[in-house]
Design a protein. Structure first.
Lengths: 136, 356
């Protein structure tokens, strides 16, 4: 008896499961793909998702109301804090970008030709400063 | 006296052997969460919010002057391109003498609900590219994107042609006029995108994951385990390799709400990129602006990014040097696995060397 024949006679549930899959996989796949490719499936899955989202939203709102009544920060509160941090990081990045641009512009500027030094002005003695006295 | 086994009851020896195999299978599946992945040494070069830019460590200096910037998809973990030693695209690129950088988008939280695709393309990618320029001292780089990462890389290349020396796309969807099953699932009149992003600040990773698995439900939900069952008997079967892949497939990442909304509405439903209607930060994103050499890789059996969604790039870019490689295989199989390492990687490596 060949191995295949031997396997065909087995009553081992695991092996039976494998054989069942091997024998039917193509047909099942084709049927499922056809079903899922249909507009009806698309519409139905859209409605299912919408219902699931409605339930999820309701659960989220209830949880938020409960946490607020317990004076406990909600997920949204913590997310808001996180958003502030992300916003600050973005502003720092923008400042860094500007500094980079200035640095690039300075580097790209051609070096000025050296000009002859101007004769130094004779220094005049500083005038004594007069300070307005507060009137009494 | 000998007893003949009842046809209704299995032989105990066979049953126990099968039980052992079932336990082994359970161990393989359950142990996959700890499968070692992404082991190639790397160093952090730049970070912003959850995103991290890594540079892979080279033991010797790179022999090619153009660094490679890997842009990964938003809904999967970045380690797919560095799955495990011997099955790592990153490892291959390093061995070919390239300087490799990778952006890992990380895991968005509720605070990232307003982060959209535009933000990623205009605020993250240019700064990561600048970090690469600073790290390497070169002005230009090869931008290589996989899946959605390829779409982001294309938008980046269109907005920053001065930085992009080459553009390489691995199964990157760009034209959604015939997006297959995904396109039908996300059609405007049936997919409740507003309600979805209104309910979830970040769309749970399981949702796009279910969508992907429904493209081939038998193979995804049953075939994976049947194949594991069959192969456990094979002494050459690499359980760790299977576990690494299984871990990646099931390790989905949440999608920031605004990014998911923009992805579905502007890309899938309105097909703005292919119709030359996409704008990011007030700037038009046009494929014709891409004038660098382009290599597009498509997979013959890819229901996630069917060939019709990817091929547009070679026809519409402004480059005179654009080519396509069509690989036999699926969406993931072309970047990891034996066919990838023996067929695709050497061809991509050769193309990159020619365009260095």
């Amino acid at each position: 008896m060949t191995k295949a024949e031997e396997a065909g006679r087995t009553t081992d549930p695991y092996e039976t499961w494998r054989q069942l899959y091997d024998a039917n996989e193509r047909a099942w796949s084709a049927a499922l793909e056809q079903a899922m490719g249909s507009p009806e499936f698309g519409e139905s899955s859209g409605r299912l998702l919408e219902t699931m989202l409605a339930a999820q939203k309701s659960a989220r709102v209830n949880m938020r109301t409960y946490l607020e009544s317990m004076n406990v920060p909600t997920r949204e509160d913590i997310a808001r804090l996180g958003e502030l941090v992300v916003g600050i990081e973005e502003k720092i990045d923008q400042v860094a970008d500007r500094l980079d641009a200035i640095e690039d512009a300075v580097r790209a500027e051609p070096a000025e030709p050296s000009r002859p030094a101007k004769p130094a002005k004779p220094r005049t003695p500083a005038k004594p400063r007069t300070r307005a006295m507060p009137s009494r | 006296m000998t007893t003949t086994p009842s046809p209704m009851w299995p032989d105990p020896a066979t049953l126990w052997s099968s039980n052992d195999r079932a336990l082994e299978m359970a161990r393989a599946v359950l142990g996959s969460v700890d499968a070692p992945v992404g082991l190639t040494p790397k160093e952090l070069v730049w970070r912003k919010n959850k995103a991290r830019l890594y540079r892979y460590v080279r033991s010797e200096p790179a022999t090619h002057r153009t660094p490679i910037f890997l842009v990964l998809p938003l809904i999967n973990r970045a380690y797919i391109l560095d799955l495990r030693p011997g099955a790592s695209f990153v490892e291959f690129l390093l061995s070919e003498g390239f300087d490799v950088f990778l952006i890992d988008w990380g895991t968005p939280g509720d605070e990232d609900r307003a982060m959209d695709v535009t933000t990623l393309v205009t605020r993250y990618l240019p700064r990561a590219a600048k970090a690469i320029q600073n790290a390497t001292g070169t002005d230009q780089m090869t931008v290589l994107g996989y899946c959605i990462g390829g779409t982001l890389a294309t938008c980046f290349a269109a907005l920053h042609p001065e930085v992009t020396r080459n553009l390489v796309l691995l199964t990157a969807p760009l034209d959604f006029s015939d997006a297959g099953q995904f396109g039908r699932m996300t059609a405007r009149d049936i997919f409740p995108i507003e309600r979805l992003t209104d309910t979830f600040p970040t769309v749970p990773g399981q949702l796009p994951d279910i969508g992907t698995k429904l493209l081939n439900p038998m193979a995804s939900y049953v075939g994976t385990y049947v194949n594991l069952w069959k192969r456990l008997d094979d002494p050459n079967f690499d359980v760790q390799g299977w576990q690494a892949m299984y871990r990646w497939v099931n390790d989905s990442v949440p999608f920031a709400g605004a990014a998911f909304r923009q992805w579905i509405v502007e890309f899938y439903q309105e097909n703005r990129l292919a119709r030359d209607m996409l704008e990011m930060d007030g700037r038009p994103v046009r494929l014709a602006n891409i004038r660098c050499p382009v290599l597009n890789v498509a997979a013959s059996r890819d229901p996630i990014a069917p060939r019709a969604t990817t091929s547009i790039v070679t026809e519409r870019v402004g480059s005179t040097d654009s080519s396509e490689i069509l690989i036999e295989g699926g969406h993931v199989g072309i970047v990891v696995g034996r066919s990838a390492s023996q067929n695709l990687w050497p061809r991509v490596g050769a193309w990159l060397s020619e365009h260095d």
